[in-house]
Design a protein. Structure first.
Length: 355
């Protein structure tokens, strides 16, 4: 099977038409570095994982200006500066399936998926309606709440809107269509109000508990959750994602998996179509053992950085299972082999990040 692997930062996105979304000023550029590091970590992890499968022939789109060593069994398709979308379409048309890793911000993910599908490529991703719903954090939370899935109380903020007086604290603000820690700000009880929002945003009560992510493999009406990974961030008002660690607690694992499956089902109903591919659900596991203060924060309709931890140490290819699940070609009764995820740090997984 010929597989195209596209990761926005390494595949020319940072030198393409959407460059200004992440490189407009110094503060935004800092997030671009973090985004590029996570993207590179995911790309390296998928390439290493795919090399375990003799059924997959992977071609990775790589920006001409990016130094990048591929595994022996990986092929490289060069992307000249400024020709990212054309290169994506040309390579996608020549492959059996395409895996697209890109930020939801400013419609980048949806746009690249649509570009590949426009040339007849099979993209391992949800339909456009699913992508649009999951890319909007306020719409996602409303769809979850309507289905009875617990979420933090909050509201949307327009561009330039000031922090509302009397809003519950501690609280967080995040860009409405952001990814990772883009536009993420923590507001503690005694902090002065943050500056006006530069982008449409959602603010919400900071849920207390352990931040976790559950990756779900989806397709043909099936949702298979992987073991959760605790998410680790730097401290301070503008946190950055550091990596994941193992949650060695069967009770927490069960709560996280159940809540993630409920979240995916809720978005399927709201979008009117099934989930497909790798879906990441971010949540907080509260202190109550009955799970009544657990909360779902957002849903990512694409490969997430947790793939780095989930793919390590396997004797089979996880990305092959993602494709098999998405296409609905898993034989009846066959289950994904159990594998405990590994802790990881993004900086170690991708120490060199050219931007």
């Amino acid at each position: 099977m010929r597989v195209l692997l596209y990761e926005w930062c390494c595949s020319g996105g940072l030198h393409g038409p959407d460059r200004g979304v992440f490189l407009a000023d110094d503060a935004v550029a800092d997030h671009a570095v973090a985004l590029a590091r996570e993207g590179r970590a995911m790309l390296l992890a998928v390439l290493a994982d795919a090399a375990r499968s003799r059924a997959l022939e992977v071609t990775a789109l790589i920006d001409d200006s990016v130094p990048f060593d591929l595994p022996v069994r990986g092929a490289r398709a060069a992307v000249p500066s400024g020709e990212e979308i054309g290169s994506l379409q040309e390579a996608a048309a020549a492959c059996d399936v395409a895996i697209i890793i890109a930020p939801e911000t400013a419609g980048i993910l949806a746009g690249r998926v649509a570009a590949a599908r426009a040339v007849g490529a099979e993209v391992i991703a949800p339909d456009a309606a699913w992508l649009a719903l999951a890319a909007d954090k306020q719409a996602t939370v409303l769809a979850l709440a309507a289905a009875g899935v617990p979420v933090p109380p909050g509201r949307a903020l327009d561009v330039g809107a000031a922090w509302p007086q009397g809003f519950v604290r501690p609280a967080v603000r995040k860009r409405l269509d952001g990814c990772g820690c883009d536009g993420f700000t923590v507001v503690e009880p005694h902090d002065p109000p943050p500056h006006a929002a530069e982008h449409a945003a959602r603010i919400e009560e900071a849920a207390a508990g352990r931040s976790a992510g559950v990756a779900c493999l989806c397709g043909a009406g099936r949702v298979v959750p992987l073991p959760p990974l605790e998410q680790r961030f730097t401290a301070g008002p503008d946190p950055a994602y550091r990596g994941g660690s193992v949650i060695d607690d069967p009770g927490l694992e069960s709560r996280a998996a159940g809540l993630a499956c409920r979240a995916v089902a809720a978005l399927e109903r709201a979008a009117g179509c099934s989930a497909r591919g790798w879906i990441g659900v971010d949540l907080v596991l509260g202190v109550r053992e009955d799970g009544r203060d657990d909360r779902v924060l957002e849903v990512n309709p694409r490969l997430t950085t947790s793939f780095v931890g989930h793919s390590r140490g396997r004797d089979h290819s996880l990305i092959e299972w993602v494709i098999t699940m998405a296409r609905g070609t898993a034989p009846p009764g066959v289950r994904l082999p159990h594998h405990a995820p590994a802790a990881f740090e993004v900086e170690r997984a991708a120490p060199v990040v050219p931007v």
